[in-house]
Design a protein around this ligand. Structure first.
Ligand SMILES: *Cc1c(COP(=O)(O)O)cnc(C)c1O
Length: 218
């Protein structure tokens, strides 16, 4: 698979769903990929990337940004409250806001800076014990709490359980977003981004289908 093929599959999925061309943004998930593979995707003109660890992103993106204009990096993995400042230096968006304490830290820091990354609230649609994200029953209250802190909530994000039909989770996330007046939906990965687009994804997070299998586990 290549960047061009993924992009063309996204355009086809947009069309099939009757959605405007370019309404879906492709986040190329570059975690644990060798630097030369990332460089190759940058050289093809792609500018939006996703990382799931603050430390790992800090080790490579300042340098890539110095050499390529217009780069945007989104945090798609868990964020500890004590890394909020660093994350706000590194990322244009955070897709993993999932608890009050974290939201509060981001709000305080945003106040101090007069700027804030776009935020997605992660929802644990499968109600899995080990997984991050607010529980479905808490979504509306948490969105309201974030808005009360003046946080720029762009939308919702989910990672469906591996053994379940992802479309059910995408549909659920879209329903939660709609009833909260949100139209940003961060959902869909290498194996299911077309289904996510059919159900309203605005941001798909695709790693291995662009870069090849990750060389070490993420
Ligand atoms: C790694 C990761 C992806 C990309 O997964 P692929 O299956 O390689 O496309 C998407 N979202 C999150 C949160 C990830 O951690």
């Amino acid at each position: 698979m290549s960047l061009a093929e993924i992009t063309s599959r996204i355009r086809k999925a947009e069309q099939a769903a009757g959605r405007a061309e370019g309404s879906v943004r492709l986040i190329a998930v570059s975690k644990v990929q060798p630097l030369d593979r990332i460089e190759a995707v940058l050289d093809q003109g792609h500018r939006l990337f996703g990382e799931n660890r603050v430390q790992e992103a800090a080790g490579k993106w300042p340098d890539f940004r110095a050499r390529h204009n217009g780069v945007e990096v989104h945090l798609i993995g868990p964020l500890q409250s004590n890394k909020v400042k660093q994350a706000m230096d590194l990322f244009e968006a955070i897709h993993s806001v999932d608890r009050e304490k974290l939201a509060r830290r981001i709000a305080d820091e945003a106040q101090a800076r007069g700027a804030c990354p776009e935020l997605f609230i992660q929802v644990n649609t499968g109600e899995e014990q080990q997984k991050a994200g607010v529980m479905p029953a808490e979504v509306d209250g948490f969105v309201a709490a974030c808005r009360a802190m003046d946080l720029p909530v762009r939308g919702l994000m989910c990672i469906p359980p591996v053994e379940e039909e992802p479309a059910l989770h995408f549909a659920l996330l879209a329903k939660f977003a709609a009833r909260n007046g949100l139209d940003g939906l961060s959902m869909g990965m290498s194996g299911d981004f077309e289904s996510a687009i059919a159900l309203g994804a605005t941001h798909v997070r695709v790693g291995s289908a662009i870069f090849g299998e990750r060389v070490k586990p993420a």
